[in-house]
Design a protein around this ligand. Structure first.
Ligand code: AMP
Length: 428
């Protein structure tokens, strides 16, 4: 089904086509008609599913077809999102899809001077994309009024709560007009999120795109058991493969990220770190270098990487296994986006096996083990893999040989189906 059949207006269709999109993603084809008819929406979807366009396109259309007679623009749509990176990317999406509509948007976030942001606000914008802290700050300084908001979006609500923004969100909600359309997105729907959504939404339509589908199920996932002390050597070994043009490496701590970067630089691999201790412009620069492939390896912590959206990024390497299983899904969801190829390698030492078990429980699947690498776990040998664990499957099974230079066992496709089934069950 093409975008046209979603009754999208010509200026937006043109912009979408310039972006190279031809077919709406599942969340887009389901959410766009709902939003266009003015209904509230409860969307269960993570980044990588095309979620941003699922709300940006209909918002642009609604605002553009109901232009106000005001001389000066007023903020008619507010998107609140937890991180600066996400805010910037959402801003870029509004600019891209709205470029032929005449609508304007701006992005505000903390950690940088406020002057350019207040200048943009004073020129007048239709759409505001904000992180909670800076939004409240500029509201307190009377640079922002929310009284004309018609459409409100709360993005990544679960992450918002994880990051301790609940009170900020409540304050923002108080400042919004009662009569408005609200869209609420969250990757997961634990009870406190459902409760929060009920305070925001009115008779919402529900759209659920499971986190593992369609993004994660197409990612080739591998576990590499390795002693902690050999992780650097194993990383260097993987990077010998020049078909890995860029890779996003995750560490648990900022300190760990810096250490990996120093090790890579010492070994002549162009690498940069992106984490909360870096100034915003340093993070943006690192991301730009990575996108341009002048930096081959970007080493990130989870919060900083939230929302990193690099088209065609194929490789994610978990230098450490995350202790929160959902984080694993978020991390590997940085690759394999919008139908592109994706490969995730996870280094697991003896102490991390418990985290691995939690992850496999969450995703309802055993992650295939890559055994024939030069640095196998020597201390506390892993439990011998069951035959099913060793199986490789799916269209990329062959590709693994060429990318990693590592030997993998045979192939089959049963597991993939099982995973899909399990993840669906879980999400209900
Ligand atoms: P998101 O989930 O909003 O972070 O989007 C993930 C990626 O998919 C972004 O790089 C978008 O540019 C891209 N994307 C979104 N919608 C489509 C589409 N219909 N066709 C192709 N790519 C898309």
């Amino acid at each position: 089904m093409p975008f046209k059949s979603l009754r999208i207006i010509e200026p937006i269709l043109k912009a979408i086509s310039e972006e190279g999109y031809t077919i709406p993603t599942p969340i887009q084809s389901r959410a766009i008609p709902i939003v266009l008819q003015g209904t509230d929406l409860l969307g269960s979807a993570q980044t990588g599913t095309g979620k941003t366009a699922a709300f940006a396109i209909p918002i642009l259309q609604l605002l553009s077809t109901h232009k106000l007679p005001h001389q000066k623009k007023v903020i008619r749509s507010l998107i609140v999102t937890p991180t600066r990176e996400l805010a910037i990317q959402i801003g870029e999406s509004f600019n891209a899809y709205g470029r032929h509509t005449g609508l304007t948007s701006t992005v505000i976030f903390g950690g940088v001077g406020q002057q350019p942001q207040t200048n943009a606000l004073q020129r007048g914008v239709d759409i505001l994309i904000a992180t909670p802290g800076r939004l409240l700050d500029l509201m307190a300084q009377k640079f922002i009024s929310l009284k004309d908001i018609q459409i409100f979006v709360l993005d990544e609500a679960d992450r918002m709560l994880d990051m301790g923004f609940i009170h900020d969100v409540k304050k923002i909600l108080h400042a919004l007009p009662q009569k408005r359309q609200s869209l609420f997105f969250s990757a997961t729907m634990p009870p406190e999120i459902v409760k929060l959504s009920a305070t925001i939404l009115h008779n919402p339509a529900k759209v659920s795109i499971t986190p593992e589908s369609p993004t994660v199920e197409i990612i080739n996932q591998h576990i590499l058991f390795v002693d902690k002390g050999n992780k650097n050597a194993l990383l260097m070994h993987l990077l010998k493969d020049q078909t890995i043009k860029t890779a996003l490496v995750f560490t648990r701590t900022k300190h760990g990220a810096d250490k990996v970067v120093r090790m890579l630089q010492k070994n002549h691999v162009k690498a940069e770190a992106i984490h909360g201790n870096k100034a915003q412009n340093a993070r943006q620069r690192a991301l730009a270098n990575f996108k341009a492939q002048t930096t081959r390896v970007l080493v990130a912590t989870d919060i900083a990487a939230r929302g990193i959206d690099v088209d065609d990024m194929e490789f994610v390497i978990n230098y450490e296994i995350p202790n929160i299983p959902e984080t694993y899904v978020h991390r590997i969801g940085r690759t394999g986006r919008a139908g592109a190829k994706g490969t995730a390698y996870s280094f697991c030492d003896a102490e991390e096996k418990a985290y691995l078990r939690d992850i496999e429980k969450l995703i309802g699947k055993k992650i295939p083990i890559l055994e024939n690498h030069p640095y196998p776990l020597m201390h506390h040998n892993p439990v011998k893999a069951a035959p099913q664990q060793q199986r490789q499957h799916g269209p990329y099974a062959q590709r693994r040989y060429s990318h990693s230079g590592l030997k993998t066992p045979g192939s089959g496709s049963g597991e993939e189906k099982q995973w899909q089934g399990n993840s669906r069950r879980r999400s209900r």
